[in-house]
Design a protein around this ligand. Structure first.
Ligand code: ZN
Ligand code: ZN
Length: 259
C-alpha cells in the first residue's frame, strides 16, 4: 500500500484569490481554502511529490515534509513548477531527481537557469537532477506509467502508479491514455468549475470521464473559487468527491495497468 496526500487542490490563483470577496474566497469552511495543486506519495519511507508549485514551502511546513526523494512534473506552468526554487533546504541533504517531459525540462532550465549554471554552484542553488520521463519507469520503488493528456492544445503528462491515476490540467484525454487509466481504483482528476473552460475539464466533463473509464473512486482537484465545497459536493454522483487540502487516500501498488 501507498498513500497520496493532496497538498493543494486549487487552481493556479489559489483560493482565496488575491483581492476577491466572493462567497468562496471569504468562506469559513476549511474545504474552501485551496493551495495550488500538488500531491505527495508516501511509500516505504520514500516521498515522491507530484508537481511543485508556488505553495510548496507552506505545504512542506504544514504537512511536516522533511524529505523529497523524487518529483514528477505534469507540465511547465507556473502553478506546477515554481516551488522547485524552494527545495534548497531539502536538496542540501540529497540531490533531488525531477522527472518531466523534455519540453518541461527546457522550461525549468530557463526559469531556474542559476541552478544549472556550473559557475554559480554554491549554497544558493537547489540541487536538481532533471530526468526525461518515459512511458514506464521505476522511481523510488514505484512503477510509474506516464500518458499524454491535452491541456488545451498543449500535451502534458498524466500518471498511473499502481491503482492510482493522477491527471491535472486536462481538457481532453486521448484514447490510448484512457486505456491506461481504465478501471483504476482511485482517480484524481482536475475539475475547474461548473462552466466549460478551454483548457480544463469542467465538473460535468470530469464526472463523464470518471464514468467512461469506470474509475472506482474519483476525487477532483485544481478547482477555482467558483466551486463552493459544500454546495457542489451535493451535486456529485456516487463515488465522486471534491478533494480538499490535506486529504490522504490509500492505494494499492499491485493494482496496476497491464498491457
Ligand atoms: Zn494548473
Ligand atoms: Zn496548466
Amino acid at each position: 500500500m501507498a498513500t497520496i496526500t493532496i497538498l493543494g487542490s486549487g487552481t493556479s490563483d489559489g483560493i482565496p484569490q488575491i483581492g476577491c470577496t466572493c462567497a468562496v474566497c471569504t468562506s469559513d469552511d476549511p474545504h474552501d481554502k485551496r493551495l495550488r495543486s500538488s500531491a505527495l506519495i508516501r511509500h516505504e519511507g520514500k516521498n515522491v511529490l507530484i508537481d511543485c508549485g508556488p505553495d510548496f514551502r507552506e505545504q512542506a511546513l504544514r504537512y511536516g515534509i522533511d524529505q523529497i526523494d523524487a518529483i514528477l512534473c505534469t507540465h511547465h506552468h507556473f502553478d506546477h513548477i515554481t516551488g522547485l526554487g524552494e527545495l534548497r533546504p531539502l536538496s542540501r541533504r540529497q540531490e533531488i531527481s525531477v522527472y518531466a517531459l523534455p519540453a518541461t525540462i527546457e522550461h525549468i532550465k530557463t526559469r531556474f537557469a542559476y541552478a544549472f549554471n556550473p559557475e554559480q554552484h554554491g549554497g544558493g542553488n537547489p540541487a536538481l537532477r532533471l530526468i526525461p520521463l518515459r512511458a514506464r519507469q521505476e522511481i523510488e520503488g514505484l512503477t510509474v506509467l506516464t500518458f499524454t493528456v491535452m491541456h488545451g492544445n498543449v500535451p502534458i503528462t498524466g500518471f498511473r502508479i499502481g491503482g492510482m491515476v493522477y491527471i491535472t490540467d486536462a481538457s481532453a484525454i486521448p484514447g490510448e491514455s484512457k486505456e491506461i487509466a481504465r478501471k483504476c481504483p482511485l482517480l484524481i482528476v482536475n475539475a475547474l468549475r461548473e462552466k466549460p473552460h478551454p483548457t480544463h475539464f469542467s465538473i460535468a466533463e470530469a464526472c463523464a470521464f470518471a464514468a467512461e473509464i469506470e474509475a472506482e473512486r474519483c476525487f477532483f482537484i485544481h478547482m477555482a473559487h467558483l466551486v463552493r465545497h459544500a454546495d457542489v459536493s451535493e451535486t456529485l454522483p456516487d463515488r465522486v468527491w471534491l478533494a480538499y487540502d490535506g486529504l490522504t487516500l490509500e492505494f494499492d501498488l499491485r493494482d496496476g495497468f497491464t498491457e
